[in-house]
Design a binder for this molecule. Structure first.
Ligand code: SF4
Length: 341
């Protein structure tokens, strides 16, 4: 605005239109002079991402959109409605280089990092949709496509924007960043003293099994991940969430539950047990794992609770809309391939 010879308060006005009023066109910025609106419209593009696919769960509580970036890539974003919360699950990369075995994104390779603007645009998509229903986003989790710690600067710039008091004003405690255990990222987050929550996808309590399920474990073995987790707790005094996806006969035995209890004993943490989303056959997931039975999940929980570790079983959302990360992108790409002449 200064370069254009405008008073600096114009930038505050524009910011509030973008993040408070959620406009998608400079012409809607009614307190700006008309010539300035026109100049903005000529010079700028408000980067909302068009929806190219949308799936809604049978109960209508979970939905997922495929958003298209300017270069034709697909970004997945999920909305999960709970009684008192509306959680948006955002992506941080297009694809992912880490290749976790349960994950369609991981099996489909990596294209590029998302920009901070593209991350914010996912949130604004659902902020606009919920506003039409007189509702709002309460929580944002970085658990979509990609590993947020590998795109750290863009993720944090997006969080700063969404946290800004003149914009969406989302409290930092309403964000959770989920990682498979990228140690330098966890340490960086710890040293920032942030109030943003940290979730670590554990999935196995020993290196032998975790190396298979989460290949990043070969680079950052469990001992290093746990040391980084303790470092985070020391610096932030915040409780860590460990996510443990349960697959029948793979990582859901009683022996592994006891081993997990030993690994986490005494740590300020909480465990989320998640029956994994089965991957449909056309998604490229290199395995046909099935979610653990209710009985095995409850037994796993019981063992952790007996060791004093708070453990919840997360309801796995969106099975019938392929809400496991990367599955809609896969579906889209398969469809596109089939539609090609
Ligand atoms: S689970 Fe997350 S880190 Fe692992 S491959 Fe999928 S997107 Fe990447």
């Amino acid at each position: 605005m200064q370069k254009w010879g405008e008073p600096s308060f114009r930038s505050d006005q524009i910011w509030r239109w973008l993040y408070g009023s959620l406009v998608t066109d400079p012409q809607e910025m009614r307190n700006l002079p008309l010539p300035l609106r026109q100049r903005l419209a000529d010079a700028c593009y408000i980067g909302h991402l068009p929806v190219v696919d949308r799936l809604v769960d049978d109960d209508g509580l979970t939905e997922k959109v495929a958003l298209q970036t300017h270069d034709g890539q697909i970004v997945e974003t999920v909305l999960m409605r709970y009684e008192e919360r509306n959680t948006v699950c955002v992506s941080s990369q297009i694809g992912c280089p880490l290749g976790c075995l349960f994950c369609a994104t991981g099996q489909s390779g990596y294209s590029r990092d998302l920009t901070a603007g593209e991350i914010v645009a996912q949130v604004l998509h659902y902020a606009r949709a919920l506003r039409r229903e007189d509702a709002h986003i309460t929580n944002i989790v970085f658990m979509g496509m990609g590993e947020p710690m590998l795109n750290y600067d863009a993720v944090w710039l997006a969080i700063d924007n969404l946290h800004h008091p003149d914009g969406m004003n989302m409290g930092l405690r309403r964000f959770t960043v989920s990682t498979v255990g990228i140690v330098p990222g966890i340490e960086r987050m710890a040293e920032s003293g942030t109030e943003v929550g940290l979730a670590i996808s554990l999935h196995a309590p020993n290196d032998a099994l975790r190396d298979q399920l989460v290949p990043a474990n070969r680079r950052y073995p469990l001992a290093q991940v746990m040391a980084a987790a303790r470092y985070y707790v020391e610096h932030t005094s915040r409780r860590i969430t460990f996510e443990y996806g349960l697959a029948e006969g793979v990582n859901d035995s009683e022996a592994l539950a006891h081993e997990t209890a030993e690994l986490l004993r005494g740590m300020l943490c909480h465990v989320n047990l998640i029956p994994i989303n089965p991957a449909p056959g056309d998604t490229g997931v290199a395995c046909d794992y099935r979610p653990s039975s209710q009985g095995r999940i409850l037994r796993f929980q019981e063992i952790l609770m007996a060791a004093g570790i708070e453990t919840t079983v997360r309801v796995s959302r969106g099975r019938d809309i392929q809400a496991g990360c990367g599955q809609l992108r896969q579906r889209r790409e398969t469809t596109d391939r089939e539609e090609m002449p």
